[in-house]
Design a binder for this molecule. Structure first.
Ligand code: NAI
Ligand code: NA
Length: 398
């Protein structure tokens, strides 16, 4: 079929199999250009492995460290005249590239929050790898069905305590407008968001893996968090999602205890704000990102998910002397360049100036848009989007 982008709000309903393959290939090439991650991971489980930070983690492990990888995700193949999801095509392209490079790669498509998918994953590890030495937890989801109670939780993106008013942008049109977001009405909004995006599911995974005896001695696990600037605090770090991130960060020490038998370590890495399917859904954040991109590109310190994940592995998790640089709260920081004072001061200044009229000049809204379409395999110069594409691409191991 001929596949063009079709968007509804911050969602792109279509994905291009050949374009997503270019995106994956570019990420692999980047990792290869950086050289081998010495003492890197060898058998890696990535939970949330199909898009964003997760697919980039998988690529960094496989092509930077020669790791065998198992990826868990929730994606859809093509059906009824509709192309598959970007994460489906990403995973198809990744597995093919891994196979060509002689690297083990298998994937499991299903609800990672369920006990069933956890057990399926454990069986696959037992059968093919024996143990894993790194578990990356990179799930982002608006809902979770609790595996023990069957209760379905939906997360919300709301401030706590006060109404929040600020600027936001529709990144398709470039129109800057004021947005007002009402605060939570009850504690339930916080509890639900923690149930979805907090640390419980990460803990469940690590408990099940530990009980099954599939963790290598000295195993590491890492989950991803975000802090960001003060201007997004009401909607992010001090909002409902921030409460979930606090919970996730606190879970790292619980998991460390669970892993003590195998001398394991659990970390949270605070990552940079980047265009992904998840971050484009958060109000105010796209405008912040488009200003941040402008400033960081001008300073020559811009990174995408693959640059971030390579740096996480090479300069943080697997350093030459084995020490992992941490902040005062015990977190890994690869948002260090985003949070640099000179960067934040400039973003702050631009934030105050930003209007629909000047956005094209003072921000990198174009770069934002391009990254967004790239996520779905669009806007790649090497692809002929007028040509028929084979949407029935399969993930080889599924
Ligand atoms: P994403 O939306 O690109 O990736 C989410 C992944 O989770 C996909 O692989 C998807 O298939 C998988 N997934 C979702 N629900 C699932 C389910 N029920 N079962 C199995 N797989 C499921 O998101 P992104 O942005 O890469 O986020 C990953 C983590 O990084 C999140 O914890 C997020 O908060 C964090 N983070 C994101 C930042 C950003 O700016 N995008 C910044 C810092 C941290
Ligand atoms: Na991800």
């Amino acid at each position: 079929m001929i596949i063009k982008p079709r968007t509804r709000g911050f969602i792109c309903l279509t994905s291009h199999p050949d374009g997503t393959a270019v995106n994956i290939k570019n990420q692999i090439d980047y990792v290869k250009s950086q050289g081998e991650i010495k003492n890197g991971p060898k058998k890696v489980l990535v939970i949330g492995a199909s898009t964003g930070f997760g697919i980039s983690s998988r690529i960094a492990a496989a092509f930077g460290s020669g790791a065998a990888t198992i990826g868990v995700f929730f994606e859809k193949p093509a059906a009824e005249g509709k192309p598959g999801t970007a994460g489906w095509y990403n995973s198809a392209a990744f597995e093919k590239e891994a196979q060509n490079a002689g690297l083990y790669a298998k994937s499991i498509n299903g609800d990672a929050f369920s006990d069933e998918i956890k057990q399926q994953t454990i069986e696959l590890i037992k059968k093919d790898l024996g143990t894993v030495d790194l578990i990356v937890y990179s799930l982002a989801s608006p809902r979770r069905t609790h595996p023990k109670t069957g209760v379905a939780y939906a997360s919300v993106l709301k401030p706590i305590g006060q109404t929040f008013s600020n600027k936001t942008v529709d990144f398709h049109t470039g129109i800057v407008s004021d947005i007002t977001i009402n605060p939570i009405e009850s504690q339930e909004d916080i509890d639900n968001t923690i149930a979805v995006m907090g640390g419980e599911d990460w803990k469940f995974w690590m408990e099940d893996l530990q009980k099954a005896g599939v963790l290598a001695d000295g195993v590491k696990t890492v989950a991803y968090s975000y802090i960001g600037p003060e201007l997004t605090f009401p909607i992010y770090r001090n909002g409902t999602i921030g409460q979930a991130k606090n919970d996730l960060e606190a879970t790292a020490s619980t998991i460390k205890t669970i892993l003590s038998d195998v001398n394991g370590e659990a970390y949270v890495s605070v990552n940079k704000a980047l265009v992904t399917q998840s971050s484009s859904a958060i109000p105010v954040v796209p405008l912040y990102i488009s200003l941040l991109y402008k400033v960081m590109k001008e300073k020559g310190i811009h990174e995408g998910t693959i640059e971030q994940m390579y740096r996480l592995f090479n300069d943080r998790l697997y350093t030459a002397d084995g020490t992992i640089p941490l902040d005062a709260e015990g977190r890994i920081r690869i948002d260090d360049w985003e949070m640099r004072e000179d960067v934040q001061q400039e973003v702050d200044k631009l934030w105050k100036e930003a209007t629909t009229e000047n956005l094209g000049q003072i921000s990198d809204i174009e770069g934002y848009r391009n990254d967004f379409f790239n996520l779905f395999g669009f806007n790649f110069g090497s692809i002929d989007y007028e040509a028929e594409a084979d949407e029935q691409v399969n993930v080889p191991s599924i």
